[in-house]
Design a protein around this ligand. Structure first.
Ligand SMILES: NC(=O)c1ccc[n+]([C@@H]2O[C@H](COP(=O)([O-])OP(=O)(O)OC[C@H]3O[C@@H](n4cnc5c(N)ncnc54)[C@H](O)[C@@H]3O)[C@@H](O)[C@H]2O)c1
Length: 338
């Protein structure tokens, strides 16, 4: 009988399989959104287990299942977790695990570290949106949050904004933004920001990727033709979104149900409707228009869809198999009962 062989990939293996190639991750992300618009992706809303509860969590786990039917169909899920305590202890704030399975036999194919897969795909999602919602002549970006996602956001923005000259990097912890800005090999000029308002006033693109639980981005600071991309739940004030000419989200169903998200709040209050927003896959397929002119203020709220994790992980698995990377494990030698 065929044994269910699992390829185990630790973080170092995932990296050796090519994860830090942002162009590749952007390509897989775009392609997965395209497959979504062809109904070749099943992506149920993620389920959150907040501890002690979803409103007052100090740590949480998210189950993110998805099926992606590209060349080789795959089913899988990401078990995404975050802990407030970690940041102060030098441990990654988010720690994720991915399981990939054969959709027909349900045999597991791989288990891998998903921590950096999350970081790369999160910023790639912002990149796919920026390609459609930001002005092509955008020269200055303000990135708020110099953590793990801030780092991959530099990689993504550098890749998708053809005229980008400078990134102003803001963090409450100035040492973090200074340290990241001074790293070699960033591929674009990155300067630490000491004044959020001043940086936002200069920026053509503003991306927020912080752990803040209170909104800090004000409409009055933004250029009227800027693009805002919010990657976490609480960072922008209501009128930033309500004052936008165009709004995009990654997954309306998930966001409109999501506890604590801005979209959910405005939807519940009757101030935002489904028809007011586009989903990324509609922008990628051309069904809906992204930015229509250089005069628009665009706002996008992205909270992560499991299908992108699964598609990127499947690519990493494919590369790992081709390069002989990883450790093989068996789920059993002989199943006791069949
Ligand atoms: N949308 C998605 O798909 C997705 C995926 C993964 C993570 N995230 C979110 O991205 C955020 C960042 O994650 P991370 O792993 O980079 O965390 P991290 O802890 O590595 O970095 C977060 C940074 O934000 C800074 N910060 C907090 N409040 C701030 C404020 N008001 N102004 C400026 N800086 C501030 C912190 O000092 C820290 O450096 C988290 O909220 C996480 O939930 C979103």
């Amino acid at each position: 009988m065929k044994k269910p062989e699992i390829l185990f990939l630790k973080q170092e293996d995932v990296l050796a399989a090519g994860l830090l190639d942002m162009k590749m991750v952007l390509d897989v992300t775009e392609e997965t959104f395209r497959l979504m618009s062809e109904d070749r992706v099943i992506n149920p809303p993620k389920i959150k287990l907040g501890l002690p509860d979803n409103s007052n969590w100090t740590s949480f786990f998210m189950s993110m299942p998805a099926y992606v039917n590209s060349g080789v169909p795959v089913a899988g899920f990401k078990w995404a977790a975050e802990s407030k305590q970690n940041a102060s202890e030098g441990i990654p704030y988010g720690i994720d695990l991915v399981v990939l399975s054969d959709p027909d036999t349900v045999f597991p194919r791989a288990i891998m570290d998903g921590t950096l897969i999350t970081a790369m795909r999160t910023s790639a999602m912002a990149g796919v949106v920026a390609r459609r919602m930001a002005r092509e002549d955008s020269e200055v970006a303000c990135l708020v949050g110099a953590g793990v996602i801030g780092r991959t956001m530099i990689m993504a923005m550098r890749e998708v904004l053809p005229n980008l000259k400078e990134i102003q990097l803001r963090d409450l912890d100035v040492k973090k933004s200074e340290a990241l800005s001074s790293e070699p090999g960033l591929g674009v000029r990155v300067v630490p920001s000491r004044d959020l308002e001043a940086s936002v006033r200069e920026a053509d693109v503003v991306v927020t990727e912080t752990t803040s639980r209170t909104p800090f981005l004000k409409r009055a600071w933004l250029k009227n033709n800027a693009s805002v991309i919010q990657m976490s739940s609480y960072e922008i004030e209501d009128d930033v979104l309500l004052g936008a000419d165009r709004v995009a989200v990654d997954n309306w169903e998930q966001l409109s149900r999501g506890v604590g998200t801005l979209i959910n709040k405005l939807f519940r209050e009757g101030r935002l409707k489904r028809e007011d927003v586009s989903e990324i896959h509609e922008l990628v397929s051309g069904e809906k228009q992204g930015r229509a002119s250089d005069d628009e203020l665009t706002v996008s709220c992205l909270h992560g869809v499991g299908a992108i994790d699964i598609a990127v992980s499947a690519k990493i698995y494919e590369n790992a198999v081709a390069r002989g990377i990883g450790r093989k494990l068996n789920l059993w030698d002989n199943p006791l009962w069949v």
